[in-house]
Write a protein that binds this ligand. Structure first.
Ligand SMILES: NC(=O)c1ccc[n+]([C@@H]2O[C@H](COP(=O)([O-])OP(=O)(O)OC[C@H]3O[C@@H](n4cnc5c(N)ncnc54)[C@H](O)[C@@H]3O)[C@@H](O)[C@H]2O)c1
Length: 416
Protein backbone atom coordinates (compact mmCIF):
# COMPACT_ATOMS: atom_id res chain seq x y z
CA UNK A 1 0.00 0.00 0.00
CA UNK A 2 1.21 3.51 -0.86
CA UNK A 3 2.16 5.53 2.24
CA UNK A 4 -0.49 8.04 3.30
CA UNK A 5 1.01 11.51 2.97
CA UNK A 6 0.37 14.02 5.75
CA UNK A 7 1.13 17.73 5.37
CA UNK A 8 1.52 19.80 8.54
CA UNK A 9 0.40 23.43 8.69
CA UNK A 10 2.43 24.80 11.58
CA UNK A 11 5.80 23.57 12.81
CA UNK A 12 5.74 24.30 16.52
CA UNK A 13 5.22 22.31 19.67
CA UNK A 14 2.32 20.10 18.58
CA UNK A 15 3.80 19.44 15.13
CA UNK A 16 6.96 18.07 16.73
CA UNK A 17 4.91 15.89 19.09
CA UNK A 18 2.78 14.62 16.20
CA UNK A 19 5.89 13.88 14.12
CA UNK A 20 7.03 11.57 16.92
CA UNK A 21 3.58 9.97 16.85
CA UNK A 22 3.75 9.50 13.04
CA UNK A 23 6.98 7.54 13.62
CA UNK A 24 4.85 4.98 15.48
CA UNK A 25 2.18 4.51 12.79
CA UNK A 26 2.74 2.18 9.83
CA UNK A 27 2.08 3.37 6.30
CA UNK A 28 2.07 7.11 7.07
CA UNK A 29 4.66 9.67 6.01
CA UNK A 30 5.27 13.30 6.83
CA UNK A 31 5.34 14.54 3.26
CA UNK A 32 5.38 18.29 3.77
CA UNK A 33 5.04 21.32 6.00
CA UNK A 34 4.29 25.00 5.70
CA UNK A 35 4.82 27.51 8.51
CA UNK A 36 6.20 31.02 8.88
CA UNK A 37 8.66 29.76 11.50
CA UNK A 38 10.53 26.52 12.30
CA UNK A 39 9.55 24.60 9.14
CA UNK A 40 13.19 23.67 8.48
CA UNK A 41 13.66 22.39 11.99
CA UNK A 42 10.55 20.18 11.65
CA UNK A 43 11.99 18.91 8.38
CA UNK A 44 15.25 18.05 10.15
CA UNK A 45 13.28 16.16 12.83
CA UNK A 46 11.33 14.28 10.15
CA UNK A 47 14.55 13.19 8.43
CA UNK A 48 16.06 12.17 11.78
CA UNK A 49 12.97 10.10 12.60
CA UNK A 50 12.93 8.63 9.07
CA UNK A 51 9.26 9.48 8.57
CA UNK A 52 9.40 11.33 5.25
CA UNK A 53 10.96 14.19 3.31
CA UNK A 54 8.77 16.84 4.99
CA UNK A 55 9.25 19.15 2.01
CA UNK A 56 8.92 22.80 3.02
CA UNK A 57 6.17 24.50 0.98
CA UNK A 58 5.73 28.28 0.74
CA UNK A 59 2.01 28.26 1.52
CA UNK A 60 -1.07 26.18 2.35
CA UNK A 61 -2.23 25.86 -1.26
CA UNK A 62 1.07 24.41 -2.48
CA UNK A 63 1.18 21.98 0.44
CA UNK A 64 -2.41 20.86 -0.17
CA UNK A 65 -1.59 19.96 -3.79
CA UNK A 66 1.12 17.55 -2.70
CA UNK A 67 -0.31 15.57 0.22
CA UNK A 68 -3.24 13.25 1.04
CA UNK A 69 -4.40 15.15 4.13
CA UNK A 70 -3.54 18.48 5.70
CA UNK A 71 -3.14 18.80 9.47
CA UNK A 72 -4.02 22.25 10.81
CA UNK A 73 -1.50 22.49 13.63
CA UNK A 74 -1.10 26.30 13.72
CA UNK A 75 -2.24 28.74 16.44
CA UNK A 76 -5.94 29.21 17.20
CA UNK A 77 -6.01 32.75 15.78
CA UNK A 78 -4.94 31.46 12.34
CA UNK A 79 -7.47 28.59 12.09
CA UNK A 80 -10.08 30.31 9.92
CA UNK A 81 -7.64 31.97 7.53
CA UNK A 82 -5.83 28.64 7.06
CA UNK A 83 -9.07 26.66 6.62
CA UNK A 84 -10.18 29.15 3.95
CA UNK A 85 -6.91 28.49 2.12
CA UNK A 86 -7.45 24.73 2.37
CA UNK A 87 -10.99 25.10 0.95
CA UNK A 88 -9.65 27.28 -1.87
CA UNK A 89 -6.95 24.72 -2.69
CA UNK A 90 -9.59 21.97 -2.93
CA UNK A 91 -11.64 24.17 -5.28
CA UNK A 92 -8.51 24.59 -7.39
CA UNK A 93 -8.17 20.80 -7.64
CA UNK A 94 -6.03 19.68 -4.68
CA UNK A 95 -6.86 15.97 -4.37
CA UNK A 96 -7.04 15.79 -0.60
CA UNK A 97 -8.60 12.79 1.15
CA UNK A 98 -9.24 14.53 4.46
CA UNK A 99 -8.66 17.50 6.76
CA UNK A 100 -7.36 17.28 10.31
CA UNK A 101 -7.57 20.10 12.84
CA UNK A 102 -6.15 20.32 16.35
CA UNK A 103 -8.28 21.41 19.26
CA UNK A 104 -9.98 23.80 19.80
CA UNK A 105 -12.02 23.79 16.58
CA UNK A 106 -12.74 27.50 17.07
CA UNK A 107 -12.25 30.25 19.63
CA UNK A 108 -16.00 30.88 19.57
CA UNK A 109 -19.05 28.92 18.45
CA UNK A 110 -19.36 31.17 15.38
CA UNK A 111 -15.77 30.46 14.38
CA UNK A 112 -16.14 26.71 14.90
CA UNK A 113 -19.36 26.72 12.87
CA UNK A 114 -17.59 28.49 10.01
CA UNK A 115 -14.93 25.78 10.03
CA UNK A 116 -17.64 23.12 9.83
CA UNK A 117 -19.27 24.94 6.89
CA UNK A 118 -15.99 25.41 5.03
CA UNK A 119 -15.22 21.70 5.46
CA UNK A 120 -18.70 20.81 4.17
CA UNK A 121 -18.07 22.91 1.05
CA UNK A 122 -15.02 20.79 0.30
CA UNK A 123 -17.04 17.58 0.74
CA UNK A 124 -14.02 15.99 2.43
CA UNK A 125 -13.93 13.76 5.51
CA UNK A 126 -12.73 15.50 8.67
CA UNK A 127 -10.91 14.67 11.88
CA UNK A 128 -11.03 16.81 14.99
CA UNK A 129 -7.97 15.98 17.06
CA UNK A 130 -8.89 15.46 20.69
CA UNK A 131 -6.10 13.20 21.79
CA UNK A 132 -7.38 12.20 25.24
CA UNK A 133 -10.27 10.24 23.75
CA UNK A 134 -7.66 8.10 22.00
CA UNK A 135 -5.57 7.41 25.10
CA UNK A 136 -4.86 3.70 25.45
CA UNK A 137 -5.45 3.89 29.22
CA UNK A 138 -8.93 5.38 28.75
CA UNK A 139 -9.95 2.87 26.11
CA UNK A 140 -8.46 -0.03 28.08
CA UNK A 141 -10.49 1.05 31.12
CA UNK A 142 -13.66 1.19 29.04
CA UNK A 143 -13.13 -2.19 27.42
CA UNK A 144 -12.15 -3.84 30.74
CA UNK A 145 -15.30 -2.45 32.33
CA UNK A 146 -17.66 -3.19 29.43
CA UNK A 147 -19.15 -6.30 31.11
CA UNK A 148 -19.70 -4.32 34.34
CA UNK A 149 -21.38 -1.53 32.38
CA UNK A 150 -23.72 -4.05 30.79
CA UNK A 151 -24.64 -5.63 34.13
CA UNK A 152 -24.61 -2.64 36.47
CA UNK A 153 -25.39 0.27 34.15
CA UNK A 154 -23.11 2.94 32.63
CA UNK A 155 -20.78 5.30 34.49
CA UNK A 156 -22.57 8.05 36.40
CA UNK A 157 -19.66 10.32 37.31
CA UNK A 158 -16.50 11.27 35.45
CA UNK A 159 -13.81 13.53 36.89
CA UNK A 160 -11.11 14.75 34.57
CA UNK A 161 -8.29 17.22 34.87
CA UNK A 162 -5.41 18.52 32.83
CA UNK A 163 -2.93 20.78 34.53
CA UNK A 164 0.55 22.20 34.07
CA UNK A 165 2.46 25.34 35.00
CA UNK A 166 1.55 27.33 31.88
CA UNK A 167 1.92 27.20 28.08
CA UNK A 168 5.12 27.57 26.08
CA UNK A 169 4.26 30.28 23.47
CA UNK A 170 3.18 33.88 24.21
CA UNK A 171 0.07 33.70 21.98
CA UNK A 172 -1.52 31.10 24.30
CA UNK A 173 -1.47 33.70 27.09
CA UNK A 174 -3.17 36.41 25.00
CA UNK A 175 -6.91 35.71 25.42
CA UNK A 176 -7.82 37.69 22.33
CA UNK A 177 -5.57 35.46 20.21
CA UNK A 178 -6.11 32.14 21.95
CA UNK A 179 -9.85 32.49 22.71
CA UNK A 180 -9.52 32.68 26.51
CA UNK A 181 -7.26 31.12 29.11
CA UNK A 182 -6.92 27.58 30.40
CA UNK A 183 -10.62 26.75 29.91
CA UNK A 184 -10.37 27.39 26.17
CA UNK A 185 -6.95 25.77 25.96
CA UNK A 186 -7.37 22.64 28.09
CA UNK A 187 -10.97 22.62 29.30
CA UNK A 188 -11.89 21.32 25.84
CA UNK A 189 -9.81 18.17 26.52
CA UNK A 190 -11.28 17.48 29.94
CA UNK A 191 -14.88 18.16 28.91
CA UNK A 192 -14.52 15.92 25.84
CA UNK A 193 -12.98 12.98 27.64
CA UNK A 194 -15.50 13.25 30.49
CA UNK A 195 -18.37 13.12 28.00
CA UNK A 196 -16.71 10.24 26.15
CA UNK A 197 -16.48 7.90 29.13
CA UNK A 198 -20.06 8.65 30.22
CA UNK A 199 -21.48 7.33 26.94
CA UNK A 200 -22.72 3.80 27.56
CA UNK A 201 -20.58 1.12 25.95
CA UNK A 202 -21.22 0.81 22.21
CA UNK A 203 -22.95 4.19 21.88
CA UNK A 204 -21.74 7.11 19.69
CA UNK A 205 -19.41 9.79 21.08
CA UNK A 206 -22.23 12.31 21.48
CA UNK A 207 -24.93 9.93 22.71
CA UNK A 208 -25.34 11.44 26.18
CA UNK A 209 -27.17 14.76 25.83
CA UNK A 210 -25.55 17.76 27.54
CA UNK A 211 -28.25 19.57 29.54
CA UNK A 212 -26.50 22.05 31.84
CA UNK A 213 -23.06 23.54 32.35
CA UNK A 214 -21.92 25.21 35.51
CA UNK A 215 -18.41 26.63 35.78
CA UNK A 216 -16.05 29.03 37.52
CA UNK A 217 -12.98 30.74 36.17
CA UNK A 218 -10.28 32.37 38.31
CA UNK A 219 -6.81 33.88 38.17
CA UNK A 220 -4.99 32.33 41.11
CA UNK A 221 -1.28 32.44 40.30
CA UNK A 222 -0.51 34.66 37.31
CA UNK A 223 -2.51 37.63 38.66
CA UNK A 224 -0.40 37.96 41.83
CA UNK A 225 2.43 40.55 41.85
CA UNK A 226 5.02 37.77 41.45
CA UNK A 227 3.02 36.00 38.72
CA UNK A 228 2.42 39.24 36.80
CA UNK A 229 6.14 40.07 36.85
CA UNK A 230 7.23 36.57 35.80
CA UNK A 231 4.72 36.51 32.93
CA UNK A 232 5.91 39.88 31.65
CA UNK A 233 9.54 38.78 31.78
CA UNK A 234 9.06 35.31 30.30
CA UNK A 235 6.28 35.82 27.74
CA UNK A 236 6.08 39.59 27.24
CA UNK A 237 2.43 39.38 28.30
CA UNK A 238 0.77 42.01 30.51
CA UNK A 239 -1.97 40.44 32.65
CA UNK A 240 -2.66 43.79 34.33
CA UNK A 241 -4.30 44.76 31.01
CA UNK A 242 -5.68 41.60 29.39
CA UNK A 243 -5.76 38.78 31.94
CA UNK A 244 -7.07 35.29 31.28
CA UNK A 245 -8.04 32.56 33.75
CA UNK A 246 -5.33 30.20 34.95
CA UNK A 247 -7.87 28.00 36.74
CA UNK A 248 -11.26 26.69 35.66
CA UNK A 249 -13.55 24.09 37.09
CA UNK A 250 -17.11 23.02 36.48
CA UNK A 251 -19.68 20.34 35.91
CA UNK A 252 -21.44 19.32 32.73
CA UNK A 253 -24.66 17.36 33.33
CA UNK A 254 -25.85 14.85 30.76
CA UNK A 255 -29.08 12.96 30.21
CA UNK A 256 -29.31 9.52 28.73
CA UNK A 257 -31.91 9.94 25.94
CA UNK A 258 -33.02 6.31 26.27
CA UNK A 259 -33.12 5.67 30.03
CA UNK A 260 -33.40 9.26 31.32
CA UNK A 261 -30.44 8.65 33.67
CA UNK A 262 -28.45 11.76 34.68
CA UNK A 263 -24.66 11.60 34.65
CA UNK A 264 -22.09 14.29 35.46
CA UNK A 265 -18.66 15.19 34.17
CA UNK A 266 -16.60 17.32 36.51
CA UNK A 267 -13.59 19.08 34.98
CA UNK A 268 -10.64 20.96 36.44
CA UNK A 269 -7.92 22.71 34.49
CA UNK A 270 -5.07 24.90 35.53
CA UNK A 271 -1.94 26.69 34.38
CA UNK A 272 -0.79 26.89 37.98
CA UNK A 273 0.18 23.29 38.61
CA UNK A 274 3.69 23.72 39.97
CA UNK A 275 4.55 20.07 40.24
CA UNK A 276 6.78 17.86 38.05
CA UNK A 277 5.05 18.74 34.77
CA UNK A 278 1.87 17.97 32.82
CA UNK A 279 -0.62 15.80 34.70
CA UNK A 280 -3.79 14.25 33.29
CA UNK A 281 -6.13 12.52 35.68
CA UNK A 282 -9.39 10.74 35.11
CA UNK A 283 -11.81 9.03 37.46
CA UNK A 284 -14.82 7.09 36.28
CA UNK A 285 -17.41 5.87 38.75
CA UNK A 286 -20.22 3.43 38.07
CA UNK A 287 -22.25 1.27 40.43
CA UNK A 288 -19.87 -1.24 42.00
CA UNK A 289 -17.01 -0.45 39.62
CA UNK A 290 -14.58 2.38 38.88
CA UNK A 291 -11.34 3.35 37.19
CA UNK A 292 -8.65 5.87 37.94
CA UNK A 293 -5.83 7.17 35.76
CA UNK A 294 -2.92 9.51 36.52
CA UNK A 295 -0.25 10.15 33.90
CA UNK A 296 2.31 11.26 36.48
CA UNK A 297 2.43 7.75 37.89
CA UNK A 298 5.12 6.25 35.69
CA UNK A 299 6.96 2.98 36.00
CA UNK A 300 10.11 5.06 35.60
CA UNK A 301 11.51 7.52 38.14
CA UNK A 302 14.94 8.98 37.88
CA UNK A 303 16.89 10.89 40.49
CA UNK A 304 19.34 13.73 39.82
CA UNK A 305 20.97 15.18 42.91
CA UNK A 306 22.38 18.71 43.27
CA UNK A 307 25.94 17.44 42.70
CA UNK A 308 25.00 15.97 39.32
CA UNK A 309 22.51 18.64 38.30
CA UNK A 310 24.97 20.69 36.23
CA UNK A 311 24.96 17.95 33.63
CA UNK A 312 21.14 17.71 33.55
CA UNK A 313 19.65 17.58 30.08
CA UNK A 314 16.60 19.53 28.92
CA UNK A 315 13.98 18.73 31.54
CA UNK A 316 11.25 18.36 28.89
CA UNK A 317 12.91 15.17 27.64
CA UNK A 318 11.48 13.59 30.81
CA UNK A 319 7.97 15.03 30.63
CA UNK A 320 5.93 17.65 28.79
CA UNK A 321 5.99 21.02 30.60
CA UNK A 322 8.50 19.65 33.12
CA UNK A 323 9.37 22.26 35.74
CA UNK A 324 12.48 20.71 37.21
CA UNK A 325 15.66 18.98 36.07
CA UNK A 326 16.80 17.67 39.42
CA UNK A 327 15.43 15.70 42.35
CA UNK A 328 13.12 12.72 41.90
CA UNK A 329 11.68 13.09 38.41
CA UNK A 330 8.74 11.31 36.84
CA UNK A 331 9.69 10.22 33.33
CA UNK A 332 7.25 9.18 30.63
CA UNK A 333 9.34 7.53 27.91
CA UNK A 334 6.65 7.56 25.21
CA UNK A 335 4.43 10.60 25.64
CA UNK A 336 3.05 10.69 22.04
CA UNK A 337 1.58 7.24 22.67
CA UNK A 338 0.59 7.88 26.31
CA UNK A 339 -1.48 10.97 25.47
CA UNK A 340 -3.25 9.36 22.49
CA UNK A 341 -1.53 11.11 19.57
CA UNK A 342 -0.46 7.82 17.97
CA UNK A 343 -3.97 6.38 18.06
CA UNK A 344 -5.64 9.56 16.82
CA UNK A 345 -3.39 9.55 13.73
CA UNK A 346 -4.10 5.83 13.15
CA UNK A 347 -7.84 6.48 13.43
CA UNK A 348 -7.84 9.48 11.06
CA UNK A 349 -5.68 7.82 8.40
CA UNK A 350 -7.73 4.59 8.46
CA UNK A 351 -10.95 6.63 8.14
CA UNK A 352 -9.63 8.86 5.32
CA UNK A 353 -8.38 5.81 3.39
CA UNK A 354 -11.98 4.56 3.51
CA UNK A 355 -13.42 7.97 2.57
CA UNK A 356 -15.15 8.59 5.92
CA UNK A 357 -14.87 10.91 8.92
CA UNK A 358 -12.62 9.99 11.83
CA UNK A 359 -14.17 8.94 15.15
CA UNK A 360 -14.30 12.65 16.04
CA UNK A 361 -15.27 14.95 13.17
CA UNK A 362 -15.57 18.74 12.89
CA UNK A 363 -19.25 18.63 13.99
CA UNK A 364 -18.10 16.96 17.19
CA UNK A 365 -15.44 19.69 17.59
CA UNK A 366 -18.20 22.28 17.28
CA UNK A 367 -20.11 20.60 20.10
CA UNK A 368 -17.03 20.73 22.33
CA UNK A 369 -16.49 24.42 21.51
CA UNK A 370 -20.14 25.04 22.42
CA UNK A 371 -19.69 23.34 25.81
CA UNK A 372 -16.53 25.35 26.54
CA UNK A 373 -18.22 28.60 25.62
CA UNK A 374 -21.23 27.65 27.75
CA UNK A 375 -18.78 27.20 30.62
CA UNK A 376 -17.47 30.77 30.11
CA UNK A 377 -21.04 32.05 29.97
CA UNK A 378 -21.88 30.23 33.20
CA UNK A 379 -18.80 31.66 34.96
CA UNK A 380 -19.73 35.19 33.82
CA UNK A 381 -23.35 34.82 34.93
CA UNK A 382 -22.50 33.01 38.17
CA UNK A 383 -25.18 30.45 37.49
CA UNK A 384 -25.72 27.20 35.62
CA UNK A 385 -26.45 27.49 31.89
CA UNK A 386 -29.36 25.48 30.52
CA UNK A 387 -28.34 23.97 27.19
CA UNK A 388 -31.84 22.72 26.45
CA UNK A 389 -33.11 26.32 26.32
CA UNK A 390 -33.23 27.61 22.69
CA UNK A 391 -32.46 31.14 23.98
CA UNK A 392 -29.17 29.90 25.46
CA UNK A 393 -28.24 28.20 22.20
CA UNK A 394 -29.02 31.43 20.35
CA UNK A 395 -26.89 33.44 22.79
CA UNK A 396 -23.98 31.03 22.35
CA UNK A 397 -24.04 31.34 18.54
CA UNK A 398 -22.74 34.92 18.74
CA UNK A 399 -21.06 34.82 22.15
CA UNK A 400 -17.47 35.89 22.82
CA UNK A 401 -16.49 35.69 26.47
CA UNK A 402 -15.41 38.87 28.25
CA UNK A 403 -12.00 37.27 28.80
CA UNK A 404 -11.59 36.54 25.06
CA UNK A 405 -12.63 40.12 24.30
CA UNK A 406 -9.69 41.32 26.42
CA UNK A 407 -12.03 42.43 29.22
CA UNK A 408 -10.89 39.82 31.75
CA UNK A 409 -10.43 42.42 34.48
CA UNK A 410 -14.22 42.61 34.72
CA UNK A 411 -14.45 38.99 35.86
CA UNK A 412 -11.00 38.06 37.23
CA UNK A 413 -9.08 39.30 40.26
CA UNK A 414 -5.78 40.95 39.29
CA UNK A 415 -3.55 42.13 42.15
CA UNK A 416 -2.41 45.32 40.41
N1 LIG B 1 -3.69 18.26 21.67
C1 LIG B 1 -2.83 18.86 22.42
O1 LIG B 1 -2.52 18.38 23.50
C2 LIG B 1 -2.20 20.14 21.98
C3 LIG B 1 -0.99 20.55 22.58
C4 LIG B 1 -0.42 21.75 22.14
C5 LIG B 1 -1.03 22.50 21.17
N2 LIG B 1 -2.22 22.08 20.61
C6 LIG B 1 -2.89 22.90 19.60
O2 LIG B 1 -2.06 22.94 18.43
C7 LIG B 1 -2.09 24.23 17.83
C8 LIG B 1 -0.67 24.77 17.68
O3 LIG B 1 -0.08 24.89 18.97
P1 LIG B 1 1.50 24.83 19.19
O4 LIG B 1 1.68 24.53 20.64
O5 LIG B 1 2.14 23.92 18.21
O6 LIG B 1 1.91 26.32 18.91
P2 LIG B 1 3.38 26.91 18.69
O7 LIG B 1 3.33 28.33 19.03
O8 LIG B 1 4.38 26.02 19.39
O9 LIG B 1 3.65 26.72 17.13
C9 LIG B 1 2.83 27.31 16.15
C10 LIG B 1 3.37 27.05 14.75
O10 LIG B 1 2.41 27.52 13.80
C11 LIG B 1 3.08 28.41 12.88
N3 LIG B 1 2.10 29.40 12.38
C12 LIG B 1 1.75 30.59 12.91
N4 LIG B 1 0.83 31.20 12.12
C13 LIG B 1 0.63 30.38 11.07
C14 LIG B 1 -0.17 30.46 9.91
N5 LIG B 1 -0.96 31.50 9.66
N6 LIG B 1 -0.10 29.44 9.02
C15 LIG B 1 0.69 28.38 9.24
N7 LIG B 1 1.46 28.25 10.33
C16 LIG B 1 1.42 29.24 11.23
C17 LIG B 1 4.22 29.00 13.67
O11 LIG B 1 5.21 29.51 12.80
C18 LIG B 1 4.68 27.77 14.45
O12 LIG B 1 5.49 26.94 13.62
C19 LIG B 1 -2.99 25.09 18.72
O13 LIG B 1 -4.26 25.17 18.15
C20 LIG B 1 -3.05 24.34 20.04
O14 LIG B 1 -4.29 24.53 20.71
C21 LIG B 1 -2.80 20.92 20.99
Amino acid sequence: MEPFKLGFIGAGFISRFQAKAVAQVRGVELAGVTAPENAESLQALSLELGIGPCTVYPNVRELAKNVDAVCIFCPNFSRLEVMREVAAAVKEGAALKGIIVEKPLGRTVAEARELVNLAKETGLPTAYFENQIHMKAINAALSQLAPQQRNMGPLALARSSEEHAGPHSPWFWDPTKQGGGVLSDMGCHSIAVGWYVLNPVGKPVDFMQPITVSAETALLKWGTPRGLKLLKERMGVDYTQTPAEDFATGIVSFRNPESGQIAKAQFTNSWMYDKQGLRLTMDGLGQGYAFEMNTLVSSLNIFIGDEAAEAAADSETALEKATSSRGLLAVEPNEPDLYGYVDEIKDAVAAFREGRDALLNFEYGLQITTLCQAAYLSAERGTAVDLTDPETQKTLESYTSLIAQGRGREVLHVMA
